[in-house]
Design a protein around this ligand. Structure first.
Ligand code: ZN
Ligand code: ZN
Length: 580
């Protein structure tokens, strides 16, 4: 009978393994979470061949005695989660007691554990069975060695991605767990090569610097804020330092990495018009909240979390990040790069590799500077609220770029982008007015549209009217305009009206603020000075004055920079007048 039961258990473990053990990263995840739950201060992960050959996880946590060690390979052996109530308290990382037996059913496993320095135990598990028990290393903590993952289920082995790809998932996961546990020292190696090493001294910025290059760290802004329910803090990248996916936006609650797209969107709204499309900031955001306000949805691979009062949290995130951006000098500084711009693929793995070669064996030091604003201390009173430096004009280049200088740097302004930003903000201000100032037309003018567009017009009529555009259907293909907002440019009223109508028709979902944004950006682009056009000094002075008055003078409405700078130091270095 015992045998049958045993077979049963092994089988069900193998089935469970399919759910829990999806890839290398999921194995590493289970083992790391066990180590963290054992109160480890230091956790090492060593891989051979991206984990295909071996995964070793070594911790200095509480360890286990012989009985615990045996129990660890029984399903549902966990003592961590006992009641439903506990699930709402997401302090504990290990949710699934079957993780270790599941792994042991599809890999060769050896575990060394010790409660103290005096003695240790070792067990060896094959096909889910304990095949030997002996004396082990007398080192406090636990060491788990996983060999030949999926050796007995070749079909599943085939399912894994390439070594490089699996490794990138592991690196990404360990990066995030290191960020969420800055008080624990993590080491990750593959074939003896260090990919991540953190100090465990509770300094998130230092952990970030182990993951990202120095120029990213220099361009991270610290933020902190709270309302009656939530406290948030973290680091956000300036708009000049972006990535091509949301992968680098990390949300953490009560030391857990969580997934919540609405919160990420709130953060992204703060960056609206600061970033081009498909570009995302690097963000580390910690949310402190009473666990009772958290609704956890457990999924083996990720933790989706909803919050009670989530709308309040979204507001807090958006306003905090937006005002942080507003308080900052965001002129991107052009710097020489020793290496080509990293990260096209979005993999941290490549970065980790680059970073290691960049700084051999210097991991202990902390070159990360404080992320404080780089503004000068005493500024003339007239410079209050001025966001651009005093720019003294040098000349125009290619009919497109305006050159300026001050005592610290050379500045290059893209005249189209700058003019676009100015107009965009003017349009936004005019369009956002509660009651738009309207010009009523004695003789209406007509727009030619398709019959389909005329039919669809009914659904946007009200919205158009709220902007001051009074439209009436004249016939199957003609729309009459009876009034338009005051800010329409004289002589181009028809074109403005047509753009508004068409943009609104093209939107599947009409959100007024999105619509305002689109129309404003679109019109601003259309009506701003083009590249390849020489403009006179008077126009230039006016442009810079107006740009400086903008809420965000640093990017055009499409997120492209309006201004770049080369510091005098950087120039001197490039001309080798000084050593960098
Ligand atoms: Zn444009
Ligand atoms: Zn633009």
């Amino acid at each position: 009978m015992g045998k049958i039961r045993q077979l049963d258990e092994t089988l069900s473990n193998m089935i469970a393994a399919g759910e829990v053990v999806e890839n290398m990263a999921s194995v590493v995840k289970e083992l790391l979470e066990n180590a963290i739950d054992a109160s480890a201060k230091s956790v090492e992960v060593h891989l051979r061949e991206a984990g295909f050959r071996e995964i070793t996880v070594l911790d200095d946590g509480e360890g286990m005695d012989k009985d615990d060690l045996r129990m660890a390979f029984k399903r549902h052996a966990t003592s961590k989660i006992k009641t439903h109530h506990d699930l709402h308290h997401i302090g504990s990382l290990g949710f699934r007691g079957e993780a270790l037996p599941s792994i042991a059913s599809v890999a060769k496993v050896e575990v060394d554990a010790s409660l103290n320095e005096q003695s240790g135990d070792r067990i060896v598990v094959r096909n889910g069975d304990i095949v030997s028990e002996e004396k082990g290393e007398a080192r406090k903590g636990t060491k788990i060695l996983i060999k030949d993952l999926f050796y007995n289920t070749p079909a599943r082995l085939k399912h894994l991605k390439s070594a490089q790809r699996e490794l990138s998932f592991v690196v990404d996961y360990v990066n995030k767990i290191a960020l969420s546990h800055p008080h624990i020292a993590f080491t990750l190696t593959n074939n003896g090569k260090t990919l991540l090493k953190t100090q465990g001294d509770n300094d998130v910025l230092k952990v970030l610097h182990q993951i990202y290059p120095l120029d990213v760290i220099k361009n991270m802004l610290a933020f902190e804020n709270k309302n009656q329910y939530f406290k948030i803090k973290g680091y956000m990248s300036k708009p000049s330092h972006t990535r091509s996916s949301r992968q680098h936006m990390t949300l953490i609650t009560n030391r857990r990495i969580i997934h919540n797209n609405k919160l990420l969107n709130a953060a992204l709204s703060a960056y609206r018009t600061y970033l081009p499309v498909h570009k995302f900031p690097i963000l580390y955001l910690e949310i402190e909240v009473d666990p009772l306000l958290v609704d956890v949805n457990i999924h083996p691979q990720k933790l989706s979390v909803k919050f009670t009062e989530e709308a309040e949290l979204r507001k807090l995130i958006e306003s905090t990040l937006a005002s942080r951006l507003k308080s900052e000098d965001l002129i991107p500084m052009v710097e020489r790069r020793e290496q080509p711009a990293p990260e096209q693929s979005g993999f941290d793995f490549t970065q980790a590799k680059e970073r290691q070669s960049e700084r051999p064996s210097k991991v202990e030091e902390t070159p990360a500077p404080p992320p404080t604003p780089e503004k000068t201390q005493e500024e003339p009173a007239s410079k209050k609220n001025k966001r651009l430096p005093y720019l003294s004009y040098i000349g125009q280049s290619f009919g497109t770029y305006l050159l300026f200088q001050d005592e610290n740097a050379l500045y290059i302004v893209d005249q189209h982008a700058a003019a676009e930003r100015i107009r965009y903000e003017q349009y936004i201000a005019a369009m956002s007015r509660e009651t738009p100032t309207v010009r009523n037309l004695l003789t209406p003018f007509d727009l030619s549209l398709s019959n389909r567009e005329i039919l669809a017009h009914e659904s946007i009529k009200e919205t158009l009217l709220s902007f001051g555009l009074h439209t009436e259907v004249k016939d199957d293909t003609t729309l009459s305009i009876h009034s338009h907002p005051h800010w329409f440019k004289e002589g181009e009223e028809e074109e403005y009206a047509e753009r508004m109508v068409r943009l609104l028709l093209a939107e599947e979902e009409v959100s007024v603020s999105k619509m305002i944004d689109k129309v404003a950006a679109d019109l601003a682009c259309k009506h701003s000075v083009r590249a390849n056009k020489y403009i006179n000094k008077h126009e230039i002075d006016r442009l810079i004055e107006d740009l400086d008055r903008c809420e965000n003078p640093f990017t055009c409405p499409h997120g492209r920079p309006t201004i770049l700078s080369f510091s005098t130091h950087e120039l001197e270095t490039m001309f080798q007048r000084v050593q960098s």
